[in-house]
Design a protein around this ligand. Structure first.
Ligand SMILES: [Zn+2]
Length: 309
């Protein structure tokens, strides 16, 4: 059994050039391409007169100039973070300095898991010192005469992750929660597979016309891709469970079985993704381990295990 997600890799853009994707929504791609950022981080400008910048991107002078140029007919009054991974927010301080805009974003609670020792991209951690001028939570509205954004809290990829609903256009800015070019990295301890799956399900309560992700091109007919991602994760989890039943007991052994032949650049992310599924299988009682639960433990199926579909 196998499941393939219909990835969409094409994307029309030029670095530094704003591109109008819908009335009042423009995208500028930052020049920070890489194995986890695809072509680079997408910065979105909402509005023409009073402008919100969503995800200012890396701390890069050319990108900052491109944002300021694109906004020259109006005023940037708000800067919003979908989450505080550095490729999305490192440029926030300089943009705030240049504009005096208020900053917005969710703040991960003190109980949110995080770490500094494991990262798929060697440094992709939320910013624990992030103190936005205005903290956002589920359902919060950011409004002007021209547009309004509604906050959806979508933890999973990161505990402080939000999506922003551009209500006039019925378009959702999805950050790293849903992207079309690849699946999101769910890397414990920050990443949480249970939360991520619930945050995917949550999107199915809405009928958005289009998603605009933090990396990669636009996503039309987005419910199809959300469903496909849910099926993909469930298929992956079933494959991991099968590997454990067949005696692959450590995270590395399971990864070698389930992600056979993976590109070296993604091997660490794949290991962490297996661990994210292991956490979920362990929490639901499908698997056990003799040692205290950790990424170094050996796992086996719980005797009374009955797998749901
Ligand atoms: Zn991220």
């Amino acid at each position: 059994m196998s499941h393939k997600v219909p990835f969409k890799r094409e994307m029309i853009f030029e670095y530094g050039e704003p591109r109008e994707l819908a009335p009042s929504i423009r995208r500028i791609v930052a020049n920070n391409p890489g194995p986890f950022t695809y072509s680079g981080t997408n910065t979105y400008l909402i509005g023409r007169d009073e402008i919100a910048v969503i995800d200012p991107g890396p701390d890069d002078s050319d990108h900052l100039d491109a944002i300021l140029n694109a906004a020259s007919g109006g005023t940037i009054s708000k800067i919003i973070a979908t989450h505080t991974h550095m490729d999305h927010t490192a440029g926030m301080d300089r943009l705030k300095e240049a504009t005096g805009a208020d900053t917005y974003g969710a703040v991960a609670g003190a109980s949110a898991r995080g770490g500094t020792a494991t990262s798929p991209s060697d440094g992709d951690f939320i910013d624990r010192n992030f103190k936005p001028d205005i903290a956002l939570g589920e359902g919060d509205l950011i409004e002007t005469d021209e547009w309004s954004l509604k906050t959806l809290h979508t933890p999973g990829h990161a505990p402080d992750h939000i999506c922003l609903d551009v209500q006039e256009q019925n378009i959702l800015i999805t950050g790293d929660h849903v992207m079309a070019w690849n699946t999101s990295v769910i890397a414990p301890p920050e990443g949480n597979m249970n939360a991520y799956m619930a945050s995917l399900e949550k999107l199915l309560d809405h009928e958005h016309e289009m998603y605009l992700p933090g990396h990669g091109g636009t996503i039309p007919a987005p419910r199809r891709i959300v469903r496909s991602y849910l099926v993909h994760r469930k298929w992956r989890e079933a494959a991991i469970m099968d590997a454990i039943r067949n005696g692959h007991s450590t995270i590395i052994n399971i990864r070698e079985k389930v992600y056979n032949g993976i590109d070296a650049a993604y091997a660490n992310a794949a290991t962490l993704s297996v661990f994210a599924h292991i956490e979920r299988l362990y929490a639901s009682g499908h698997i056990s381990c003799e040692q205290p639960f950790s990424s170094d433990a050996s796992f086996y199926p719980t005797e009374t295990e009955e797998r749901e579909s």
